[in-house]
Design a protein around this ligand. Structure first.
Ligand code: PMP
Length: 326
């Protein structure tokens, strides 16, 4: 018989799928690392499990403990699945701009969810960073995951996502393009691929309203770059320790409108029903056209599933209200 012993054993080994129509204007092969095949429907299952295993190993997480994290949903789902199998409780703190589906989904897998305002500074006591930290000091036998600065996040991608991409492309990958939030995915995958072949180029996709691109280009943390934006999952108003700027060759910024429109286009033109950051990522690839030659093999990573966005990017009334479609 061929079976997994529990749901956690099905994490990883996701397929690599060619993009066809949307990338017709590019000279090269574009392959997507299709992370919605993970059991929690996102790439975050990988790092959630790795962060828990590393915390168990060095005693930060003890039997019967409570896992606390500030999460926009996907990391929460990964943590919740692992917590169920391993016997922990979960409390997740989210910003109120995140979709209602994401909150409901986390509650469905047994987590407690605390919602905080988006439009406050990170060091404001009401921010989801501050509330997560406070809860972890108040609740006994709890562990604050902190995916932004937790090195197990990038390590998970260095140990699994990166090697899978290298093996699936038989070492032919020339460019890796991915949306950047905590930085775990780009830093872990990028480091692994560059160790195999230093000529691999690593590009981050950023949002307008986020600090990454300017910081990478100038070394300046410019607060004028920070303003509210709609795109979910990528961009930050802080510099997470998981972003290794030294392995990133460049950033391209995608508008909220383009990210939303391309999320719809992936579904309608490729049959790829994916989250908002996948729309941003594929538009980012198109914006980088001048960097690609015919023999190149570009890998773009798609983080999460479209079901979490049915009330937003897949709702034409919402799209019209925002002025993204006529
Ligand atoms: N897309 C989505 C939907 C996400 O949830 C995240 C994680 N915040 C990202 C992209 C960015 O990935 P990372 O945190 O590894 O940079």
């Amino acid at each position: 018989m061929n079976y997994a012993n529990n749901i956690l054993e099905t994490i990883g080994n996701t397929p690599l799928v060619k993009i066809n129509k949307l990338t017709e204007a590019l000279p090269c092969l574009v392959l997507s690392k299709y992370e919605t095949f993970n059991p929690g429907n996102s790439v975050k299952d990988r790092m959630a499990l790795k962060m828990i295993e590393d915390a168990e190993a060095d005693g930060r997480l003890k039997p019967g403990g409570t896992i606390i994290e500030g999460t926009s949903g996907n990391t929460g789902m990964g943590l919740a699945l692992a917590a169920i199998v391993k016997g922990y409780k979960c409390i997740f703190v989210m910003a109120d701009k995140q979709s209602k589906e994401k909150v409901d989904i986390l509650k469905a897998v047994g987590a407690e969810v605390v919602v905080c305002p988006t439009a406050v500074e990170p060091d404001d006591p009401r921010s989801y960073y501050s509330v997560s930290k406070r809860l972890s000091t108040e609740i006994e036998n709890s562990w604050y995951v902190n995916q932004y600065d937790n090195p197990s996040n990038a390590k998970a991608h260095y140990e699994s996502t990166g090697p899978e991409i290298w093996q699936q492309t038989e070492g032919k990958v020339t460019h890796f393009v991915v949306g950047v939030g905590t930085g775990g995915t780009i830093s872990g995958v990028g480091k692994y691929l560059k160790e195999q072949n230093p000529n691999v180029k690593v590009w981050g996709v950023d949002t307008y309203g986020s600090v990454f691109k300017k910081y990478h280009e100038t070394g300046i943390f410019d607060e004028n770059e920070i303003y509210p934006y709609v795109t979910e999952g990528i961009g930050e108003d802080i510099l997470p320790e998981n972003v290794d700027f030294s392995i990133i060759d460049g950033f391209t910024k995608v508008t909220d409108k383009d990210a939303a429109v391309y999320t719809q286009r992936l579904a309608k033109e490729e049959g790829m029903f994916l989250g908002n950051s996948a729309g941003a990522a594929i538009k980012g690839v198109l914006q980088l056209k001048e960097h690609f030659k015919p023999e190149d093999v570009v890998v773009v990573l798609f983080h999460d599933h479209g079901s979490r966005y049915v009330g937003k990017m897949f709702n034409d009334d919402w799209m019209r209200e925002k002025g993204y479609i006529e």
